[in-house]
Ligand binder design. Structure first.
Ligand SMILES: [Zn+2]
Length: 55
């Protein structure tokens, strides 16, 4: 348990590799937002067909 490093909400957090911030611990809501915005580092979330580097 701890605080989300993005929004400050307390609760369970997940580790994320942010493109600019590096490895951060954030809540699931922020994690989903980062994922949707494609703000994760390249080695995360690259399993979809939308990544130009993975084709
Ligand atoms: Zn958050």
């Amino acid at each position: 348990m701890g605080k989300c490093e993005l929004c400050g909400n307390e609760g369970s957090r997940m580790e994320a590799d942010h493109k600019e911030l590096g490895r951060i611990m954030i809540c699931q809501t922020c994690w989903s937002k980062l994922y949707e915005k494609n703000s994760m580092a390249a080695d995360v979330g690259c399993s979809g067909g939308s990544c130009p580097f993975c084709k």
